[in-house]
Design a protein around this ligand. Structure first.
Ligand SMILES: Cc1ncc(COP(=O)(O)O)c(C=O)c1O
Length: 375
């Protein structure tokens, strides 16, 4: 059997190798390493794919979140509500800018931010909500947008794990994840659903004025070269990464199909076992399965992980510690027990290999190995 990876970027590359190699060589031959046509075309093509007016590429997903908060003029003392169960980047930029992260719990089935908890956390100081579309499906954006409208809040979607997912509103209309709020922020880290071969990220917005400001902030706060209107940052996607992403974007929907096929196999093989729960699907969102995450019930997770490792099956814990219990985010406002859903998830989730190159033999072997252990 092929070696089993959490994410098989090599196997995926081999299928499009000639296209990628040519695109990379073309950039090298052109000597246009920063900015230029590849970056511009990628931004346009991604905007078309997403159905949004503006895509501004930047250096990584963490920068995208930071630039979004800078562009919205969030100031120290402003409160920003986000999920306790997420990758640290989401809260990190809030803290870094001197804003106040307000953490809330997540929904026990979808693992996405709990809308009722958001509502309870809103105060007169709240300026923005940052829903994270965790593991590949959208948070309940219709309700989040209603709350935002009622309280006059910005919504910054963290779409690092859910690029390409579709959200369906109650009137039947659909929008791509990241294009519903004020700004969407994504990451092109290699293991992401649309991953480049280094670091990369982007912001999306339908607001042209905001797009100009985002662009300016990402480029040292300059609107004209060497004229700096605001304090900005240096955050750019390089042309080689843009060229790679242009090719991979054409395959993104097929990649989502491949991930869904793998998820469907796992679902069927692992359904109805009292020892674990397969991923629930959000009602209004498609799932692009950035992760396939089981919720264990009375199973020793470390022993299961060791069992899988002994059979050359990798598995990961996303995430082992809730944000409010991380050393860097210790805060008098929070203590153990405050976010019971997140705390339970951190103690009981395990993510299985999930990528575009999984075949049935591998999926069968992984599923059987899990069942064998819990028996
Ligand atoms: C939910 C979430 N937000 C933000 C990021 C940050 O992206 P990057 O690693 O490109 O900075 C990531 C990915 O690492 C993520 O998973």
């Amino acid at each position: 059997m092929k070696k089993i990876h959490m994410v098989d970027t090599k196997g995926q590359y081999e299928k499009i190798q000639s296209e990628i190699d040519e695109a990379v060589l073309n950039v090298i031959r052109s000597s246009q390493f920063i900015g230029g046509p590849e970056v511009n075309l990628f931004q346009q093509e991604l905007a078309t794919y997403l159905g949004t007016k503006n895509v501004i590429a930047c250096a990584n997903g963490t920068d995208a979140l930071q630039i979004a908060m800078m562009a919205l003029d969030l100031k120290p003392g402003d409160e920003v509500i986000t999920a306790d169960f997420t990758y640290v980047a989401t809260a990190e930029v809030i803290a870094l800018l001197g804003l106040t992260p307000v953490l809330v719990d997540v929904h026990p089935d979808t693992f996405d931010i709990d809308v009722n908890a958001i509502e309870r956390a809103i105060t007169p100081k709240t300026k923005a909500i940052v829903p994270v579309h965790l593991f590949g499906q959208c948070a309940d954006m219709e309700k989040i947008m209603q709350l935002a409208k009622k309280h006059n809040l910005y919504v910054i979607e963290d779409v690092a794990q859910a690029i390409g997912a579709d959200y369906t509103f109650t009137d039947g209309s659909k929008k791509k994840a990241g294009t519903i709020g004020t700004i969407g922020c994504t990451s092109f880290y290699p293991s992401k659903n649309l991953g480049c071969y280094g670091d990369g990220g982007a912001l999306y917005t339908n607001d042209d004025v905001l797009a100009k400001k985002i662009n300016m902030i990402a480029k040292h706060g300059q609107s004209v070269q060497y004229y700096h209107d605001v304090v900005g940052v240096n955050s750019r996607l390089d042309a080689i990464q843009a060229a790679i992403l242009r090719i991979k974007l054409r395959h993104l929907d097929n990649y989502a199909l491949a991930r869904n096929k793998a998820a469907a196999y796992y679902d069927k093989a692992l359904a109805n076992n009292p020892k674990f729960k397969i991923p629930a699907r959000a009602k209004n969102s498609t799932h692009v399965f950035h992760q396939y995450t089981l919720l264990l019930n009375g199973v020793d997770r470390e022993k299961l992980k060791a069992h899988l490792e002994s059979k050359s099956i990798p598995a990961m814990i996303y995430y082992p510690v809730p944000l409010h219990l991380q050393k860097a985010y210790t805060d008098v406002r929070y203590k153990a027990g405050d976010f019971p859903v997140t705390e339970k998830l951190c103690a009981s989730v395990i993510s299985l290999p999930m990528h575009t190159e999984l075949d049935e033999d591998t999926l069968k072997y992984i599923s059987e190995s899990i069942i064998e252990f819990v028996k």
